[in-house]
Design a protein around this ligand. Structure first.
Ligand code: SF4
Ligand code: SF4
Ligand code: FES
Length: 469
């Protein structure tokens, strides 16, 4: 195998299980196999992360000599013949799965990732019902980290995805691996609580985890308890929620609509369901007003005195990011709440007033796909929860509500005048820069420190991609 820099303009021809394929130089065996419609099983591999080759589930034979190599970590080479399935490979993969299961709690039915766990699917596909090896799981209970994340290291399969996404994709470096073998765990430096670490609660580690080792802190029981205690519950749902619930329930896209969710959430016992999209314009307008106030009507004021650009975020994690890494920029942070919190307080006081209730008897729940919104929810106000699409799906299943069969209902209307974005000429001239993810945020924060950012408003969105929530 050559080790020169691959040239993607050159083609390589090889065979995968006897099927000839031609792919650009530098293509991994895993991807070449996909092109030949051959599926090689994987566990540690993640399409958006670097090659780690830790689990060896994807081993294949190369070159007809029985040489074993990891398909996820090796590129193809000219003329190679790859074998992806035979009895030997099957036995190797089964043994790896059995060894992992020997170190894994046998509690799939009660696991939050049941039916969505990559280890469980592998075990099913390879017919591994349990492990031949003695199960030697220790006694480490889940660590409830915060209202956002839970870690259960007994379930960790040591794939390293979470660490890589935190360190390389988000550049936060809040978590790392420590110890080996039984003691192996994903931990913060000096085992600090996540709140005290650099963690921004972006939730990307939980999204990357193939099993139930890092996951959202499920608060459905707390919401059910509030309803049972006679609290009046109101909800806001984000425009992207319906798509995320379809995904959670493994339904075709568009099966569940926002209108069906309104009906379903009311069946759960909620009094009102509002459209969270309304908040965005109002919050934008408030921040534009703040930009103008800080600039004191003049665009010439030096950045340092005017504290421009104003920095805002879609979740409270963005504030933590700025305070942790760029404390000198802390007074650039907006004083306006995040759209979720802003709207939660609007709908709560609006509903309490309409219903003639004290707001302490109203519980507000925001249903948003991204678990980053859980961070900071309920800190100042105990009757404020942020639940993910997964938590909503679990509440609906538990209540036996089959959302797809329900009629649609309209959102409830908020009877207050909210500020409208661009409502004055000045505001619409605000120069805004929107940032996706913390790696990009870091670059922009550095530009602000060096006086090289000419935006008047910098908005940090939690996710590196374009995922709306
Ligand atoms: S939530 Fe985000 S910042 Fe925190 S540990 Fe996970 S990936 Fe890192
Ligand atoms: S916690 Fe999850 S993502 Fe992280 S190493 Fe363990 S199994 Fe992999
Ligand atoms: S998927 Fe290739 S080594 Fe884990």
């Amino acid at each position: 195998m050559s080790h020169h820099q691959p040239d993607p303009n050159k083609s390589v021809t090889l065979t995968i299980d006897g099927i000839p394929v031609t792919v650009p130089e530098g293509t991994r065996i895993l991807e070449a196999a996909k092109k030949a419609n051959v599926n090689i099983p994987t566990l540690c591999e993640h399409p958006d992360l670097c090659k780690r080759a830790l689990c060896r589930i994807c081993v294949v034979e190369a070159d007809g000599r029985g040489k074993l190599i990891a398909a996820c970590a090796n590129d193809v080479w000219e003329g190679v013949s790859i074998v992806t399935t035979n009895q030997r490979l099957l036995n190797i993969r089964k043994t790896i799965i059995e060894l992992i299961l020997a170190n894994h709690p046998q509690e799939c039915l009660s696991c939050i990732r049941n039916k969505k766990c990559e280890l469980q699917s592998l075990a099913l596909n390879f017919g591994v019902g349990g492990s031949l090896f003695e199960n030697d799981v220790g006694e480490r209970p889940p660590q409830i980290e915060s209202e956002t994340l839970v870690r259960n290291m007994d379930k960790c399969v040591k794939c390293g995805r979470c660490v890589e996404v935190c360190q390389e994709v988000q550049t936060i470096r809040a978590i790392n691996t420590s110890h080996r073998s039984h003691e192996y765990e994903i931990s913060t430096p000096y085992k600090q609580a996540l709140e005290e670490s650099f963690c921004t609660f972006c939730g990307k580690c939980a999204e990357a985890c193939p099993v139930g080792a890092i996951y959202e802190h499920d608060q459905t029981a707390e919401v059910r308890a509030a309803l049972a205690a006679g609290q009046k519950a109101i909800a806001q749902i984000s425009p992207a929620l319906a798509a995320a619930v379809n995904d959670e329930l493994a339904l075709a896209a568009d099966t569940i609509t926002a209108g069906k969710l309104v009906t379903a959430i009311k069946l759960l016992g909620f009094e009102k369901v509002y459209d969270a999209a309304i908040a965005a314009n109002a919050v934008n307008s408030e921040i534009e007003g703040e930009v103008q106030k800080r600039g004191n009507g003049s665009r010439e004021k030096p950045q340092v005195t005017a504290k421009l650009p104003v920095i805002s975020g879609c979740s409270a994690g963005a504030d933590k990011f700025v305070k942790n890494f760029y404390p000198d920029l802390a007074d650039h942070l907006t004083t306006v709440k995040s759209p979720r919190r802003y709207f939660a307080s609007v709908i709560k006081s609006n509903y309490a007033k309409e219903a003639g209730l004290d707001s302490s008897s109203v519980t507000s729940v925001s249903f948003l796909p991204c678990l980053a919104h859980k961070y900071g929810a309920g800190i100042k106000d105990e009757n404020d929860f942020a639940l993910t699409a997964g938590e909503l799906a679990r509440m609906l299943k538990l209540a036996g509500i089959v959302v797809e069969t329900l009629p649609e209902k309209a959102f409830d209307s908020v009877n207050v005048d909210l500020p409208k974005q661009g409502s004055c000429l000045q505001a619409s001239l605000v120069k805004k820069e929107t940032i996706h993810g913390y790696a990009q945020a870091r670059k922009v924060m550095e530009a602000i420190c060096e006086g090289k950012c000419d935006a008047e408003w910098v908005e940090i969105l939690n996710c590196p991609g374009d995922n709306p929530c």
